[in-house]
Design a binder for this molecule. Structure first.
Ligand code: FES
Ligand code: FE2
Length: 441
């Protein structure tokens, strides 16, 4: 059947890149309060930002509070097909309308300080003892302050700049790459907000390269190939992608290393590969090749599994059923797509301290069309320590972040040197500079 508005498959070819230079990156960009303020004034308040999931606010009056930097916003469903966003501030004396983050439902939005009440469209409806406002209430105090909102891929997005381009223009090539996944069929199954002891950019950097994989995550070498990873920068440095080959051991997975992890030799299917096959209902012993030869067999197994359970992978090419299609969307989003789930990372700047950030970590799982959605988990709040329930690699990445942030303050360190496999970090700085200093900087 031909679907209307059917996306075309995700492009897999290589993209042209701007010349982004080769200078070391100054550490002040990660440590200086002045630089953080510049980022706030010229970047955070000018770009489209991801606020939260539309499925968290299915009914009119459902809302959630989202914070970034010093700002707090309420996003509320005002009609079946409409979501509005307001600064979470009462125009009377500046109280928060909603004192804390989280989801809720309301017929009206009432300020807890003096009980001014607004309808869900943000208009002031009732004011206790109104006669005391002997000079009347100015028009700009009769409305919650609104922020621009658009939706895409099942998310609410917002922009503090009323003159910004559309979300679609901001996202550039990203929807054409991601729409084939049919993200509206995915549901949040894990939700964390963790405070990291590093600048928000290091929490982006830490997932922008896998050069560190053999050293920091040797346990991943049995099913990640860290060398064969085509890498593309899009839209003048704004967004990027790395195709991380998964499902096959790394070329550095030698007999010696395999034996260290309890295998006979490097050609034996690894535990992760066997689990991946079993997850699709395939007996791993029916595969007769070497571990490095598994990907085409794996792709076929996953496609057939999808057909059996009613999960349609017809818009995904075989690579997408095996590899990690890893996207970064400026300034702060990372998506790790695999065949039926994806990871979502969203560091947000700390309100006052450039040495800290909040790292939003969500796991999304796809369910077959028509199947019930899994229960929406409560958000877990914490720090970057002691989360053995998360992937071991995430714990390793979080620990490294604090070490590097501390070093960025040292007089003995002369700036961040990046190789070509780390150039998504450079791309992020390059795009950031265009906001901070203009395209002709
Ligand atoms: S500050 Fe909100 S009613 Fe006074
Ligand atoms: Fe890592």
């Amino acid at each position: 059947m031909v679907l209307e508005n059917r996306p075309t498959p995700t492009p897999t070819g290589r993209a042209e890149e701007p010349d982004m230079g080769s200078d070391v990156i100054p550490t002040e960009r990660y440590t200086s309060p002045e630089f953080a303020q510049l980022e706030w004034d010229r970047m955070w308040t000018k770009v489209w930002l991801n606020a939260g999931r539309l499925s968290d606010i299915p009914e009119v009056g459902d809302h959630f509070v989202h914070e970034i930097g010093r700002e707090s916003f309420i996003f509320i469903r005002t009609a079946d097909e409409e979501v509005k966003g307001y600064y979470n501030i009462c125009p009377h004396r500046g109280s928060r309308i909603r004192p804390s983050v989280g989801m809720g439902h309301a017929e009206q939005l009432q300020c807890p300080f003096h009980l001014w009440t607004f309808n869900i469209d943000g208009a002031l409806e009732t004011v206790p003892d109104r006669q005391h406002f002997v000079n009347g209430i100015p028009e700009n105090k009769q409305q919650l302050s609104e922020v621009r909102v658009e939706t895409w891929a099942g998310w609410v997005w917002f922009n503090m700049n009323p003159d910004a381009e559309s979300l679609h223009d901001f996202l550039g090539v990203i929807p054409s790459h991601i729409d084939p996944y049919r993200l509206e069929q995915y549901h949040v199954v894990d939700d964390y907000v963790l405070e990291w002891s590093c600048n928000w950019k290091f929490a982006v950097d830490q997932f922008a390269e896998i050069y560190h994989l053999p050293a920091l995550h040797p346990q991943l070498l049995e099913y990640f190939d860290h060398l064969a990873t085509p890498l593309d920068v899009y839209n003048d440095g704004m967004h990027s992608r790395q195709l991380i080959r998964m499902g096959t051991p790394d070329p550095g997975w030698t007999d010696d290393l395999a034996q260290r992890f309890g295998y006979d030799n490097k050609d034996e299917l690894t535990r992760q590969q066997r689990t991946n096959l079993e997850d699709c209902g395939v007996d791993p012993d029916t595969f007769e090749g070497k571990a490095r030869e598994l990907p085409p067999f794996m792709a076929k197994a996953r496609r057939e599994w999808g057909e059996r359970i009613g999960m349609d992978f017809d818009l995904l090419v075989d690579e997408q059923l095996v590899d990690n299609f890893h996207y970064m969307v400026f300034p702060n989003l990372t998506f790790n797509f695999t065949y039926g789930s994806f990871l979502f990372f969203r560091p947000r700047p700390h309100p006052t301290d450039p040495n800290k950030c909040y790292w939003d970590y969500q796991v999304y799982a796809r369910v077959p069309e028509g199947a019930p959605a899994p229960r929406r988990p409560a958000t877990v709040y914490g720090t970057a320590r002691n989360h053995p329930e998360l992937f071991e690699a995430v714990e390793q990445d979080m620990a490294q972040a604090q070490i590097v942030q501390e070093s960025y303050h040292s007089a003995g360190f002369s700036g961040i040197l990046l190789n070509s496999e780390e150039r998504r970090i450079r791309a992020m700085h390059y795009a950031l500079d265009q906001y901070l200093y203009g395209p002709d900087r």
